[in-house]
Design a protein around this ligand. Structure first.
Ligand SMILES: Cc1cc2nc3c(=O)[nH]c(=O)nc-3n(C[C@H](O)[C@H](O)[C@H](O)COP(=O)(O)OP(=O)(O)OC[C@H]3O[C@@H](n4cnc5c(N)ncnc54)[C@H](O)[C@@H]3O)c2cc1C
Length: 376
């Protein structure tokens, strides 16, 4: 069996960031990057809000808080260095009525605990100056929240990976099994012709997104016990018409839902100025990216509570993505798993599971963290 130094499973933003970082650390290494799809970012990494989050929601000392706060700064620097389009558009977390003010103040306090020092509490008149068309009695303004062209980010990371002269990418190659023989990992994969083959490696990096729990299972981890079983939580978006999109200047979020199942139906904007509502959050047992038109009323009702100018005809179904969550519907919020599984007798296995939001924001920080374990 042929052998390489490192195999990365998954060419989403996380796998690409790790692969690029290991390449920078070891330019002579031989690294193989596998993805079952024809191109990078086919799943969650191209089906999200493209928001560079500031990091105020996540529990103190969680990996989510750490990689978000560190990753945001790294991402802005990376964008400047490589001319990746982005905009520090800023975000308002609004209180629609005074009873919601303690909730948004609590979010601001959590943000400060997470190391943010730029959050400002705006009174009604100041909110009106920034967003004259929305209904809010107060808001937290986060000036460092931004939006990014995630496709260009991934293209740059892929290019950095390809700069490693011994590296190669195998798109349309699905990893179907992995085993560990006490010395190296043996990876079985199926190519586009349907034939299977094997490749060994010293370091195995699992960045398989929605299917990342399978990789652990192949290696004998009992995912329920280990806490790495993935639940799929779909989020749909409805687009706002161009004429009404122009009435919004920031990303606008109502207070988040309990247990961070989702952030509530909020407004995001893309770099071309289009505003969208969403994503919603509901558990699914199949991956299917269709958007159910009949959900439009629910979006409309949720948004109308703070976008009084909106009419039902102003919104239309747009796109969807699926979150790889570690929490079942009855669980409290769970953190990312980013681990070198040496304690589970799998030295060399770097396991990333449950990388939902803020995984795009945190991608470069996750890349740095994972690459630090790799020693060649
Ligand atoms: C609705 C929604 C909105 C979001 N909004 C934001 C946001 O605004 N800001 C933010 O920071 N984060 C956001 N996120 C989170 C962010 O998108 C993810 O954290 C990030 O994209 C995860 O990247 P990934 O590389 O881990 O996964 P993915 O992009 O899913 O990549 C995993 C890859 O692994 C491949 N793969 C899986 N199994 C195999 C196999 N057996 N063999 C070969 N290849 C395999 C897949 O084809 C896929 O390409 C959002 C997520 C969702 C769902």
């Amino acid at each position: 069996m042929d052998k390489v130094d490192v195999i990365v499973i998954g060419a989403g933003v996380v796998g690409l960031a790790i692969a690029a970082e290991v390449t920078e650390k070891y330019p002579q290494a031989c690294i193989a990057l596998f993805d079952k799809e024809q191109q990078f970012g086919w799943h969650t990494s191209s089906r999200n809000s493209e928001v560079i989050h500031a990091g105020m929601y996540y529990p103190t000392n969680s990996l989510k808080a750490k990689v978000c706060v560190e990753g945001k700064d790294m991402l802005y620097r990376f964008c400047d260095q490589y001319s990746i389009p982005y905009q520090r558009i800023g975000k308002l977390i609004i209180a629609r009525e005074s009873s919601e003010i303690p909730h948004i103040e609590e979010i601001a306090r959590q943000g400060e605990l997470n190391g943010l020092n730029d959050l400002v509490l705006l009174e009604q008149a100041d909110v009106a100056k920034r967003e004259p068309h929305i209904k809010a009695v107060a808001a937290i303004h986060s000036p460092s929240t931004g939006i990014i062209d995630s496709h260009k980010l991934m293209a740059k990371l892929e290019q950095k990976f390809n700069a490693g002269e011994n590296n190669f990418i195998a798109y349309r190659h699905e990893v179907t099994n992995v085993s560990y023989n006490g010395n190296e990992y043996e990876v079985t994969f199926k190519g586009p012709d349907g034939n299977t083959d094997q490749l060994a490696c010293t370091w195995l990096i699992n960045a398989a997104g929605l299917w990342a729990d399978k990789v652990g299972e192949w290696l004998g981890l009992e995912t329920e016990k280990h806490g790495s079983k993935i639940y799929w939580v779909k989020g749909e978006y409805f687009g706002i018409s161009a004429s009404k999109s122009k009435l919004l200047n920031h990303l606008v979020y109502p207070p988040p839902l309990k247990a961070l199942k989702g952030l509530g139906i909020h407004v995001t904007k893309s770099l071309d100025g289009r505003a969208r509502l969403g994503p919603s959050a509901f558990y699914v047992d199949q991956i299917n990216y269709d958007v159910d038109d009949s959900h439009g009323d629910e979006f409309y009702m949720a948004a109308k509570s703070y976008l009084p100018f909106l009419e039902r005809d102003d919104i239309a179904s747009d796109m969807s993505g699926v979150r790889p969550k570690l929490q079942s519907p009855s669980d409290p919020v769970k953190d990312f798993i980013i681990r070198h599984e040496v304690d589970n007798n799998l030295p060399g296995f770097i396991n990333l599971v449950g990388i939902e939001s803020p995984g795009l924001t945190g991608s470069l920080a996750i890349g740095r963290m994972a690459a630090a374990w790799v020693l060649l």
